[in-house]
Design a protein around this ligand. Structure first.
Ligand code: NAP
Ligand code: G4F
Length: 337
């Protein structure tokens, strides 16, 4: 019998890669999907299995991190060996516009899930999707011992979740771990995060469908890795004998401007001819520089990244060009669910 996992945020970038990874490892994967008035399962359509299919290994449930009772009921029904809490309002800029909502889902949502595990009385391990955004103003390189100084409602909510996870480990002996992941991207990255916004724009400018790209602060430094490699680290954290917290990063810094240059140059385009500044994309308080030191993950998990930001920019541009060509040819078909 394979293991059973429950993933919150299964419809997101990381949730979709993690579901693929766990299915390949012969897990039965249960995913928590929130109700939406439009389809929100595009990233997992290719691994979806019909409810009528016998012996299926991918099962979706409607629930929400704002509904603690639904979480208890779901855990009692699924009885997972492992829980991955990836669900969140994950956009930093948006968290300034919706701070209460972000606090509720990204912060309290974790506490609801931890309490639901306790209330349901099941024996399970839980991974919490913590973030380098918690380091905020703390200068790089950042590691597990760097003090947190969050700079956004999102960062504050993630700090709350981080400490709630540590507290449930210490108070109740729960196998609860924090993965402190630095920025990680892919062709499945949400379209409003800066890397994907740039690579989509490159594809559209190249095709003559767009002329301008409006961005905010180009000086911010980030440590961008490749999402499929980062979900492997999540899984490894839950396979250890003891629960602990780990930074996951490439350790390689780049500015938004560097990424912009590499993405445009990969198609022979000059970014300076297309990019304009719009203050609406600036944040009331910015995180200037995030560069991770992932030596603990390397030493204890045997985890090391292979893809660096420049290669990432190229592969994301290529994927956006291919997706656009498919869209323009009319070959893209939506699957109803
Ligand atoms: P993402 O693409 O934005 O996915 C977020 C997921 O959370 C989506 O499935 C979303 O559902 C779901 N969600 C939102 N509100 C919810 C609610 N109220 N109840 C239940 N689910 C809800 O994020 P990601 O990039 O995959 O990141 C995964 C996790 O890692 C997040 O917690 C994020 O904060 C954290 N993280 C990400 C990075 C990064 O660089 N990607 C770095 C550090 C930490 P819909 O699809 O319906 O919107
Ligand atoms: O792509 P971003 O929105 O990612 P950010 O704020 O670093 O947050 C991401 O990484 C965190 C890990 O550190 C995650 F926890 C979080 O969930 C999310 O995945 O912005 C990156 C940088 C920022 O400095 C921002 O000010 O790009 C700058 N930027 C400049 N122009 C822009 C834009 N960001 C966005 N989203 N859109 C712009 O037009």
């Amino acid at each position: 019998m394979g293991k059973t996992a429950l993933i919150t945020g299964v419809t997101g970038q990381d949730g979709s890669y993690l579901a693929e990874l766990l299915i390949a490892k012969e897990y039965t994967v249960h995913g928590l999907v929130r109700r939406s008035s439009s389809f929100n399962t595009e990233r997992i359509d290719h691994i979806y299995q019909d409810p009528q299919q016998p012996g299926r290994t991918m099962i979706l449930h409607h629930a929400d991190l704002s509904d603690g009772v639904a979480l208890v009921n779901l855990l009692r029904e699924v009885r997972p060996d492992e829980v991955y809490n990836l669900g969140a309002q994950s956009h930093v800029r948006v968290s300034f516009d919706s701070p209460m909502y972000t606090g509720d889902v990204t912060g309290l949502g974790t506490l609801r899930l931890l309490e639901a595990i306790r209330a349901s009385g099941i024996d399970t391990r839980i991974y919490q999707a913590s973030s380098s955004e918690m380091f905020g103003a703390a200068p790089p390189p950042q590691n597990e011992r760097t003090p947190f100084h969050p700079r956004s409602p999102y960062g504050c909510a993630k700090v709350y979740s981080y400490w709630s996870t540590v507290n449930y480990r210490e108070a109740y002996g729960m196998f609860a771990v924090n993965g402190i992941l630095f920025n990680h991207e892919s062709p499945r990255r949400g379209e409003t995060f800066v890397t994907r916004k740039i690579t989509r724009a490159v594809a559209r400018i190249r095709a003559g469908l767009q002329e301008r790209l409006y961005l905010g602060n180009l000086d911010a430094v980030r440590d961008w890795g490749y999402a499929p490699e980062y979900v492997e680290a999540m899984w490894r954290m839950l396979q250890r004998d003891e629960p602990d917290d780990y930074v996951v990063a490439t350790g390689v810094p780049a500015t938004v401007r560097d990424f912009l240059h590499a993405a445009f140059a990969s198609c022979g385009l000059d970014w300076a001819r297309h990019v304009l500044f719009d203050p609406k994309y600036e944040r009331p308080s910015e995180v200037d520089a995030l560069v991770g030191d992932a030596s603990k993950a390397r030493d204890l998990l045997g985890w090391q990244p292979a893809v660096r930001w420049r290669e990432l920019a190229g592969l994301m541009v290529e994927a956006d060009i291919a997706a656009l060509e498919e869209e323009l040819s009319g070959a893209r078909v939506r699957i109803d669910r």
